[in-house]
Ligand binder design. Structure first.
Ligand code: SF4
Length: 444
């Protein structure tokens, strides 16, 4: 009797997806969520692989924040769409902030891109490459950072009216992620070996107002701090006005919340703060920084400033210089103003010449370099808990709880003398210090 031929299912090999991330840590998070979904759909997914294949799907997660970032995104799109024309990659898909903000223009000008998606378009993007959005994978990510730390986005969008900022145009209104989902996601990450969570949002301190009718960052911090295995919780992007001081009580209460606060303040002159629609005055800004430092002694404060905003006078700038000298922030970054369409500030005249904007930013960073050097000298002889991020040449490179990845100081340990495992915590005694780096050796 002839047995019926059972036809073997034809396994169609899915193309490889190479995700390229530009811009900020929120984009990194979004790319990781996308990659988690793609993996769940059995796609071979890589992040920023140099090797490209003729069938590869390239997904570029763009940034549309300010001029330089926009240019980098456009250059990256052109680079890959050229490879496509040469038959070296299969498809090019663009998503993220630049695409959200300039979709019609991009579709008209760079026509050999297969599709453009916005910042809140994950399901459509997945469908466009033959994948399905899987609800059961909510919070599942493929980390692109070393697995011992992860950016942890707790909300999307922003309700603030800052005049210079295009982010609300690209990310929409503030939307807090439900606390239960965040706690589950933190538990999953902890189980997979993540030790440090870096809490991010456009405005971290607004968390809960939309969902729970009150600022709820303190409760969220307690819940995440209770997650077994999470040894460091770091706060980035806090907003000064209406800052929920109860957050500092939790910081003092819990050892696994880093004594670290990133609070972009942008400027200090009342003239500028008013025009920037920051909703805070010079005196209130000074007060909130002092209150945070009083409540959490030894806390490291990071801030970000803008130079060259429309109407910024020499006097406004001198006020900023004196304030930076007096306040002695632990960490500081400075951007030059970028005249962004459809922002409130775009109605003003961009009257500060580019070279003056840049000269002012350089002057601020020079002051900060000296401050950072002085502060680092005070750390010599002290011992700190250090998280080892990588081995680089003859050094193990790590961070103290006062340092965020990629933007702050590093601790360098001579690998010819000491040994440490990447992703582990060690105690390091500081021997010498430079502007932005500390050198030390491992102690028991
Ligand atoms: S709080 Fe930040 S993201 Fe929100 S509008 Fe102001 S600068 Fe932009």
């Amino acid at each position: 009797m002839r047995t019926k031929e059972i036809s073997k299912p034809i396994l169609i090999k899915k193309p490889r997806v190479n995700v390229v991330t530009l811009g900020c840590s929120k984009n990194t998070y979004d790319s990781e969520i996308l990659m988690g979904q793609l993996k769940g759909n059995l796609f071979d997914v890589v992040h920023e692989s140099d090797k490209v294949g003729k069938d590869d799907i390239i997904v570029i997660n763009t940034c549309g924040f300010i001029d330089n970032a926009k240019q980098e995104s456009i250059d990256t799109i052109l680079q890959y769409s050229e490879l496509k024309d040469q038959g070296k990659v299969g498809k090019v898909i663009v998503t993220g902030c630049l695409s959200e903000r300039y979709k019609p223009e991009l579709e008209a000008e760079i026509t050999n891109v297969d599709a453009y998606f916005g910042t809140n378009d994950l399901q459509n993007l997945l469908t466009s490459i033959g994948a399905n959005y899987k609800h059961e994978l909510i919070g599942e990510r493929l980390l692109t950072t070393p697995s011992h730390f992860a950016y942890f986005k707790i909300a999307e969008g922003c309700n603030r009216p800052c005049s210079f900022c295009a982010i609300p145009l690209m990310r929409g209104k503030h939307l807090s992620t439900p606390m239960e989902d965040l706690v589950k996601a933190a538990e999953k990450l902890a189980k997979s070996g993540t030790k440090e969570l870096i809490l991010i949002a456009q405005d971290l301190t607004y968390y809960g107002l939309d969902l729970y009718g009150k600022r709820n960052l303190d409760e969220l911090l307690r819940r995440i701090s209770d997650v077994n295995g999470i040894e460091w919780i770091r706060l980035q992007y806090a907003y000064p006005s209406g800052f929920p001081m109860e957050v500092l009580d939790v910081m003092n209460e819990r050892d696994n919340i880093c004594k670290y606060m990133d609070m972009p303040l942008q400027h200090i002159s009342d003239n500028m703060l008013r025009s920037m629609r920051r909703g805070i005055t010079k005196q209130k800004t000074i007060d909130v920084v002092n209150q945070i430092r009083d409540k959490v002694p030894g806390i490291a404060m990071r801030t970000t400033l803008i130079t060259g905003y429309p109407g910024e006078t020499e006097q406004d700038f001198e006020e900023m210089q004196r304030w930076v000298e007096d306040t002695k922030f632990d960490r500081l970054g400075c951007f030059t103003y970028s005249h962004e369409e459809k922002t409130a500030a775009h109605a003003l005249v961009d009257d500060v010449p580019e070279e003056v904007k840049q000269a002012r930013a350089d002057a601020i960073m020079e002051i900060q370099q000296e401050i950072s050097f002085e502060k680092n000298q005070e750390r010599i002889g002290n011992t700190y808990k250090v998280l080892i991020d990588k081995k680089d040449g003859d050094f193990f490179v790590g961070r103290t709880e006062y340092d965020s990845p990629e933007v702050d100081n590093e601790v360098l340990i001579d690998a010819t003398v000491d040994y440490a495992t990447v992703g582990s915590f060690v105690n390091v005694k500081i021997d010498t210090a430079e502007d932005f780096d500390l050198y030390g050796h491992i102690v028991k």
